[in-house]
Ligand binder design. Structure first.
Ligand SMILES: Cc1cc2nc3c(=O)[nH]c(=O)nc-3n(C[C@H](O)[C@H](O)[C@H](O)COP(=O)(O)OP(=O)(O)OC[C@H]3O[C@@H](n4cnc5c(N)ncnc54)[C@H](O)[C@@H]3O)c2cc1C
Length: 423
């Protein structure tokens, strides 16, 4: 008998690839259903893999699988990098995860980001650049007029920051911290997987993974299309938890976070410094917003998170107006160059961090289902940890074992054990 496991029945039908917004500096496109695979030795012997989810984790996995010679189809229900992978900060750090469970994943990924940037012309195609990271405190001003010339005059604080800034510390250098534009990174990688390594992209909602006698047989899309495959990688970010089978095994949930993207009138004065702030509003609790100027002159600011139900349609995720207003207040109190009027508002948005019960990503083969792999739960470090996750899953699927990092810490089997103990 064919066993199936499926996503929530309440999910909407097919969604289609939206036009990719052209960036003033970077511009790429992703072809759907490419028909130009690179020459293959013998397609019969190639491993056929369906990767579900077109966020950074699915795309990195598809890229490294295709590069290894697998026949890859990536299925995305909306558009590539439409969710957290397109709305994240894109900050990368070599050693900020040291001492924790993702240390090896983060270190390997940071180095892979550097080599991918060389391979894919990262500075031009997706804004890769090393940068300095600073932390300091900002105290909100009572005045409703734009802030100006109030910083402590400390030489560590870049001159464009004229809000009330105190206690600057350098917490990352150009050797240890870097950034990418996450949406452009994800789309560039997938574009390369399609054009150079013959991956195929299908826009459709994965509805079921069919399993027969403990083995994956195919993926069924909403609308009935069936894609035969011996291996399936589920990289659905916070939507992974909507698959019935996983819901009984582990919890993947979403933490909603907000961001705005500003375009200052005078981008040349904005220096390459990632800012990690302790922000003290006039009323209410302190916050920890993050600020990432980009090589394009844009300034990205994020913060304001809360646990909320993840809507089925990623395109339905909108920011809460009060949270967006708060981020604009933060911007105004950092710099007079970021007040409305001095800076255009390019985006007001929200997205969901994919989180797990134990705050550790879930990467590995699903216990009891041969050929079914899961890769999710990267929380606030998915853009950083995408590359090593992609290499590791590609190795696991094609070679049966990951060598780039030890995946045992991330195995979904850890939850099966827990469940048995609890019963
Ligand atoms: C505000 C914010 C700032 C962040 N900043 C950083 C940062 O600076 N550095 C960093 O490393 N990380 C950062 N992150 C974290 C990072 O964005 C995430 O960890 C990462 O994007 C998760 O990628 P993903 O591929 O797992 O999930 P997602 O990006 O959510 O992708 C999942 C994809 O699956 C698709 N999908 C869902 N269901 C189906 C289905 N049934 N069929 C087909 N497709 C489906 C969705 O449409 C979506 O495209 C940030 C996150 C947030 C929210």
């Amino acid at each position: 008998m064919a066993l199936t496991f499926s996503s929530s029945p309440l999910s909407p039908p097919f969604l289609f690839l939206r036009p990719i917004r052209n960036h003033p500096k970077f511009s790429i496109s992703i072809r759907c259903c490419s028909s130009s695979p690179q020459p293959m030795d013998d397609p019969q012997t190639k491993k056929r893999v369906v990767v579900c989810g077109g966020g950074v984790i699915g795309v990195c996995t598809a890229y490294f699988l295709a590069k290894k010679g697998a026949v890859v189809t990536l299925v995305e229900k909306s558009s590539v990098a439409c969710a957290a992978s397109g709305k994240a900060g894109g900050f990368l750090a070599l050693d900020w995860c040291d001492g924790g469970p993702v240390e090896s994943l983060a270190r390997a990924s940071f180095n892979l980001h550097r080599s991918l940037s060389e391979e894919l012309n990262g500075p031009e195609s997706y804004g890769y650049r090393p940068l300095t990271a600073l932390s300091f405190t900002i105290t909100e001003s009572g005045s409703s007029s734009p802030s100006g010339s109030k910083s402590s005059g400390n030489s560590k604080i870049p001159s464009w920051i004229d809000g009330s800034a105190r206690g600057p510390r350098t917490i990352g250098t150009t050797q240890t911290t870097a950034q990418v534009h996450p949406q452009l990174f994800t789309r560039t990688l997938l574009n390369t997987a399609v054009e150079k390594y013959g991956a195929e992209v299908v826009i459709g909602k994965v509805d079921q993974v069919r399993v027969e006698e403990g083995r994956v047989g195919s993926v069924v899309l909403d609308g009935g299309r069936i894609i035969e495959s011996e291996s399936v990688v589920l990289a659905l970010g916070p939507w992974t938890g909507k698959f019935d089978m996983f819901a009984s095994m582990f919890r993947v949930y979403g933490l909603k976070a907000h961001s705005i993207v500003l375009q200052p009138k005078d981008p040349a004065i904005i220096t390459p410094h990632a800012l990690f702030l302790s922000y003290f509003p006039q009323v209410g609790k302190a916050m920890d917003p993050e600020v990432y100027p980009r090589p394009t002159g844009e300034v990205y600011i994020c913060g304001m998170s809360s646990e909320e139900e993840v809507p089925d349609d990623p395109e339905q995720i909108v920011g809460n107006p009060a949270s967006i207003a708060m981020l604009k207040r933060v911007a105004k109190n950092i710099s007079s160059h970021l007040t409305e009027g001095e800076a255009g508002v390019k985006a007001e948005q929200a997205c969901f961090l994919p989180c797990t019960n134990d705050s550790v990503p879930i990467i590995g083969e699903v216990p009891g289902v041969k050929g079914c792999y899961v890769a999710t739960g990267h929380s606030c470090w998915g853009i950083l940890n995408g590359p090593a996750t992609g290499v590791a899953v590609a190795e696991l699927v094609v070679d049966g074992r990951a060598t780039i990092v030890d995946l045992s810490r991330f195995s979904p089997a850890r939850f099966v054990g827990l469940r048995k103990v609890n019963v």
